[in-house]
Design a protein around this ligand. Structure first.
Ligand SMILES: [Zn+2]
Length: 409
């Protein structure tokens, strides 16, 4: 019973926050934000729950007291379609990375089989519409890191057949055929090539043929522009924010944002505090240094940096809240892209369960309605908001589908 009550807290909290931040209907142009959010097709392009919870044994079919995502909370947040990220780091080499990707896809399929009334696999825009009309969550597969094809086009085809509809050309690690933002900026001296190789261009061409969206999150600038020069379809940047507001190497410069708009693609803003706020990492480091005993004991329990930081912040909830950026900063990043190139090129790629901290009031997937409300308050029209929440991603998904061929063989 005690646990049951505890689990109700997240259910109640978002609505409270929503109510607290309410303002007169006039500020929202007479539109009810929650009603608009429920009506919208909300499509997020990056969630790491498979790696962070599922592969560690958690069952996301039920409300979980940990992490940012489960099927119950996705529904509460009004998330209709979700790209689930398939991920392993660069230490998974040949003979390992492709097998791991398949295991993660197996785990997603097992969740879908166990919850046929809640979630279904989508491999096309039509699938998304049909599944959402059935009041289920449309699950899409995005592979985060070209190293998972192990330099083999047959592996690319194989992942496509399993349902992959985007592939991020690199994660933080470069491949033999594409260089990452991290390597291009921090380890340039170690690189044997920069950008896309001839094989890398073949990968992009094959993705275009199959209908796998080219995802340019995480890639270095040379790879970014090389890929845009090759692709014949609109690209996705599944979880990156604005360099002008937070100059981390993996955020997009104004020139990159303009290039995506010119290509007809979409940039889905990452909610991670360190990609929104240039001062967040410094505040977090200072907080950790101020509590050496807690730091040392948690480091032993949680050797992975992200897990350690999540538990550290959980242990100091008031201080954790104090160092987080305001929710409005997330909206600033969306607004920046919309003002620079127009409202057709921006979307949501939260990176939930892929980072240790998100802005105030964005603790998990139940809080998406606050974005709708904030955009209304900033003067965005309902039609524009529908594009940002999911319409733009649907356009890119549709544009990548091969004409005259069923999405899945
Ligand atoms: Zn990522």
């Amino acid at each position: 019973m005690f646990y049951k009550l505890l689990w109700m807290i997240p259910l109640i909290l978002p609505m409270q926050v929503f109510a607290q931040q309410s303002s007169p209907a006039a500020a929202n142009h007479g539109v009810n934000a929650l009603a608009l959010h429920r009506q919208a097709l909300v499509f997020d392009t990056h969630n790491d729950v498979l790696s962070e919870l599922t592969m560690k044994g958690y069952d996301i079919s039920h409300r979980l007291p940990v992490g940012n995502t489960d099927l119950v909370r996705l529904k509460e947040g009004g998330v209709d379609a979700q790209f689930f990220s398939i991920w392993c780091d660069g230490s998974y080499g040949r003979g390992q990375a492709f097998a791991w990707a398949n295991r993660e896809i197996d785990s997603l399929m097992a969740i879908i089989r166990r919850n046929p009334d809640k979630i279904a696999l989508a491999t096309s825009a039509e699938d998304v519409k049909r599944i959402v009309a059935q009041h289920k969550i449309a699950a899409l597969i995005g592979v985060e890191g070209g190293h998972m094809i192990e330099d083999r086009l047959d592996y690319l085809d194989s992942l496509y057949k399993r349902g992959m509809r985007y592939m991020t050309l690199t994660w933080n690690n470069s491949t033999d055929w594409a260089t990452s933002a991290m390597d291009e900026t921090l380890h340039a001296d170690r690189l044997t090539h920069k950008g896309l190789t001839a094989f890398g261009r073949k990968v992009v061409q094959r993705m275009n043929e199959l209908g796998v969206i080219v995802d340019l999150a995480h890639v270095g600038r040379q790879t970014f522009y090389d890929a845009l020069a090759v692709t014949t379809k609109p690209v996705l940047v599944s979880h990156s924010s604005v360099y002008a507001l937070d100059p981390v190497p993996r955020n997009l410069t104004d020139d990159q944002i303009r290039a995506v708009a010119k290509n007809g693609g979409v940039i889905c803003v990452n909610f991670y505090d360190a990609f929104l706020d240039p001062h967040f990492s410094h505040r977090l480091d200072s907080l950790i240094d101020a509590h050496p005993r807690l730091r040392d004991s948690l480091r032993q329990l949680y050797p992975e940096t992200m897990d350690f930081q999540i538990h550290f912040l959980k242990a100091l909830p008031k201080a954790a809240y104090a160092i987080k950026p305001p929710f409005s900063l997330l909206i600033d990043h969306i607004d920046y892209i919309a003002k620079l190139v127009g409202v057709d090129y921006v979307g949501l790629g939260a990176d939930f369960d892929g980072a240790e901290a998100y802005p105030r009031h964005m603790d998990d997937v139940t809080y998406y309605p606050l974005i709708t409300k904030a955009l209304l308050q900033r003067g965005y029209s309902p039609a524009d908001i529908l594009k940002i929440l999911g319409g733009n991603v649907m356009r890119v998904l549709e544009a990548n589908q091969p004409v005259g061929r069923q999405a899945l063989p």
